[in-house]
Structures are given as C-alpha cells and as structure tokens.
Design a binder for this molecule. Structure first.
Ligand SMILES: C[S@@+](CC[C@H](N)C(=O)[O-])C[C@H]1O[C@@H](n2cnc3c(N)ncnc32)[C@H](O)[C@@H]1O
Length: 255
C-alpha cells in the first residue's frame, strides 16, 4: 500500500510557544531558524510567515537577510491538521516516486537527508549514505521531526568510494553527486524491476557558471544515458531545470 507522502505547506509559524496551532503550517520558533535552515523551502519558493506581531517580524527580518523573500500572512485558521513540511525533496524525484511500488531504497550522497526522509514518509525502507557526519546528523533531525511512526532510516556515515553495501535495492537515487565508479557499482545492486533515479550537473552548467570546479564532477552530453545501458529508460532529459543545467534519468532494470 502506498504511504501518504508528507504534505507540503507554505506557512511558517514563528511563535516561541504556541497555545493553539494553526493549520497547514510548520512551527519553527524564530530563534531556531539559524540552525533549522534545511527545513525551509528552497530559495525562490513561496514562504509565508503567519502574522503574530513582533515574533513574526523577527522571523521576517532573519529570513530576509538570509536570502529569502517571505511575506506576512493573516490568512490562516487555528487547528491541528497534522505533520507537514516547508522543505522540498528533489523535484525530479518527487515527480517520479508516486509511480513506483515501495521497497528498499538507497540514497547515495544523501546530504542533509530531505530525499531520504521524503521517501521514508511514503513508506519506503530507506538507507542513506554520506561521508559528512554533520549532514547525516541534519538528516537524523529531519527524520525525528517529520517521520513519526514510519520505518526508521538506516543512516550510514561513510565514504562511498570505500564502503561496500551488500544489499540489493528496489530503488537507487543519487542527486548532485558524481562518482562514475560508485554509480556503476550501485547499478549492479539493483534488483530486476528496480528503479534508478539520478540528477546532476552537466558540462553545460559548468561552462555557463564555472561550477562545479572539477570537470570530473559533471556529466558529458549523453553520458548518463550511456551509464544506464541495459536499463529501460523511462525519462531522460538534459536541460535547464530551474537555474541549473542538469541531466535527469529515471530508468528501470528489466525484470
Ligand atoms: C551537493 S551535495 C548533494 C546532497 C544531496 N544529494 C542533495 O541533492 O541535496 C553532495 C554530497 O555528496 C557527499 N559526498 C561527497 N563525496 C562523498 C563520498 N566520497 N562519500 C560519501 N558522500 C560523499 C557530500 O558530503 C555531500 O553531502
């Protein structure tokens, strides 16, 4: 059975203490914003701050001086309608995931864990790996706050070039990390019928913006499609996605 994905909302409740919650909102006390940035929407996405006077003005000021353009809103209703998120997983993942039967997922180079937590919220049994302990610990925070009563995520703090994972996976995801050997090995551990969803920067992005600094970390035209040789390609695109030129692939091992 498909799980109910964690719903996305756009109202931040910045009060220090709440006597009564408001619907379709996430409560982050304004004093906690500096270390809960990974719970905010990507820059450029809509963010509204519920108007509760001085606490909201303080939130607005902090957000404004940290690259966001929030607006104040009084258009909210009191009541508790459950867990929701302001943050967003990878948009390409979000567009594919609802069409894939749940199972065991591996998120390679998971960063601060939004994609892992999003998948787990939909009932996936997720393993997430990254070599930065700080990133893993942000992911664990996110899991604790947003994944009540779901399967726990298996967080692995480790170097992907050294760790060998014996498991087999129904879904392998990798976003904005490129190590060709790691990806090739990961593909070997995809079960028949398993899915592979990847997005990362292309050489076009590097030519346009000078980043990532190393040419080793960008995909050449057609390279990602070639990596998935033998898989059924369900979606493939090399194009501007938002303000990044990326290659995206959703492929499936025949089975
Ligand atoms: C640009 S971030 C992408 C994070 C996440 N996938 C996302 O899209 O938000 C790249 C991630 O790769 C991780 N990483 C880089 N080299 C790694 C390695 N050898 N082993 C494990 N993780 C690595 C970094 O710590 C970082 O979290």
């Amino acid at each position: 059975m498909r799980g109910r994905m964690l719903p996305k909302v756009s109202i931040l409740d910045p009060r220090l203490t709440i006597s009564e919650p408001i619907q379709a909102s996430v409560h982050i006390p304004y004093t906690e914003l500096p270390y809960r940035v990974h719970e905010l929407p990507p820059k450029g996405q809509q963010l509204m701050v519920a108007d509760f006077g001085d606490e909201s003005l303080a939130a607005l000021e902090w957000l404004g001086s940290n690259g966001r353009q929030p607006s104040l809103t009084s258009d909210f209703t009191y009541g508790d309608d459950g867990l929701a998120r302001l943050w967003a997983p990878n948009a390409f993942l979000e567009s594919c995931l609802g069409q894939i039967p749940q199972g065991k997922a591996l998120d390679i180079a998971c960063g601060s864990g939004r994609d892992a937590v999003y998948m787990a919220s939909g009932g996936w049994n997720v393993t997430a790996i990254d070599h930065l302990p700080d990133a893993i610990s942000l992911g664990q925070d996110l899991e604790q706050l947003y994944l009540k009563s779901r399967l726990p995520i298996d967080w692995i703090p480790g170097d992907l070039t050294r760790v060998s994972l014996e498991d087999r996976w129904d879904l392998i995801t990798c976003f904005f990390f490129l190590n060709r050997t790691v990806l090739a090995n990961a593909l070997e551990s995809l079960v028949p019928g398993g899915h592979f969803i990847v997005e990362t920067f292309t050489s076009v992005h590097r030519e346009m913006f000078g980043k990532p600094r190393s040419p080793d970390f960008v995909l050449l035209p057609g390279e990602l499609r070639a990596m998935a040789e033998g898989l059924e390609i369900l979606e493939y695109e090399e194009a501007m996605h938002g303000n990044r030129h990326t290659a995206q692939i959703w492929a499936k091992r025949p089975g």
